[in-house]
Design a protein around this ligand. Structure first.
Ligand code: GYE
Length: 324
């Protein structure tokens, strides 16, 4: 007969073996992975959540992360990348502020044999070998979704439908995609007219400034829609509208991108009409890519993050808590 004590000892042995094998896997097959991460800034709620996702996932995966915030200056990002190269990290990941101007520093990383993962935003380069892979949202699809919402909302309205656009950081991938995708679907409908489009740098304070400028230039009755490339600019603009006695979501329709909890709350009470989701929780996927690359396993060059749209035509009360 097997004694209970033997069973207990046997289970403990199995658990120890399991725990050790897990530990090895998490640290990238025996070796501690060092990841240099250059975040572009802390301009928005989305970005704060994204940074948290990255640092938490690194901890969870047992990856040592060197995390630098560039405060929206490309020069700071280049400096951070150079410091990671000098430190001889195993892998670099970064969210490029804008698309151009990376070839030289990425050439240096390549020469040092350090693979690079692009996160969130893309780069524009002739040499695709300068990065190992990219993980991002499909920003053109997000722009198209914003346009499709308008086509549905105004299907029985002959127009003209006048649109004010608050764009994201000039020359950044999300601003380019959200601008182009939007126009791509609306170009077939001449009743939609973008009467104003300016860069608000993805910041609430600039959203405020842009909206103040818009209200000095246009009679609010001539504005049908505000299309804002992110939630923080939307919040700034909404404050200005309310101060001016204009009802957001009713007098002027509002489309926002990101889907932070506050914008979902506004959607639920009818102050925003459509929210295009942009998912900031990419940390676990970044760590998985880093582990695979260091282990020499193949990865796909481009991975898109799954996203959806929330709008006034859907079951807004059923939208689960966003957590940020
Ligand atoms: O939508 C915005 C942030 O690059 C997807 O940057 C990101 C965008 C996001 O500042 O809120």
């Amino acid at each position: 007969m097997v004694r209970p004590i033997r069973i207990v000892v046997g289970i403990l042995c199995l658990l120890t073996v399991f725990a050790c094998s897990r530990g090895r896997r998490n640290s990238g097959e025996d070796k501690l992975i060092v990841l240099g991460y250059s975040q572009l800034g802390d301009e928005s709620t989305w970005r704060t959540r994204n940074s948290l996702s990255i640092t938490e996932a690194a901890k969870e995966a047992g990856i040592k992360i060197m995390f630098e915030d560039a405060m929206q200056y490309q020069a700071n990002q280049i400096k951070a990348l150079r410091s990671f190269i000098a430190y001889k990290v195993d892998v670099i990941a970064f969210s490029p502020l804008v698309e151009t101007g990376w070839d030289t520093v990425l050439g240096e990383a390549k020469a040092a044999g350090i693979p690079v993962i692009l996160v969130d935003r893309m780069i524009h380069t002739k040499d695709e070998s300068l990065y190992a892979c990219a993980l991002s949202s499909d920003f053109t699809l997000e722009g198209r979704r914003a346009g499709e919402f308008l086509i549905k909302k105004y299907k029985n309205d002959p127009g003209p439908i006048n649109i004010v656009e608050m764009a994201g950081t000039a020359k950044s991938t999300p601003a380019i995609g959200r601008y182009e995708g939007f126009r791509e679907v609306l170009s077939a409908y001449p009743k939609f007219k973008v009467i104003f489009s300016e860069d608000g740098d993805f910041m609430a304070s600039k959203g405020r400034e842009l909206m103040q400028k818009v209200l000095t230039r246009y009679d609010p009755k001539d504005i049908d829609v505000i299309y804002s490339h992110n939630d923080d600019m939307t919040f700034g603009a909404i404050e200005v509208l309310r101060e001016a006695g204009i009802k957001p979501g009713k007098d002027i329709a509002i489309i926002s991108v990101d889907a932070t909890q506050r914008s979902i709350n506004y959607l639920k009470v009818g102050m925003i009409n459509c929210v295009i989701e942009c998912n900031p929780n990419s940390g676990p996927q970044v760590m998985e890519l880093a582990r695979k690359i260091v282990a020499g396993e193949p990865v796909s060059k481009r991975t898109y993050i799954e996203e959806t749209t929330f709008d006034e035509f859907g079951a807004v009360d059923a939208i689960p808590n966003r957590g940020y």
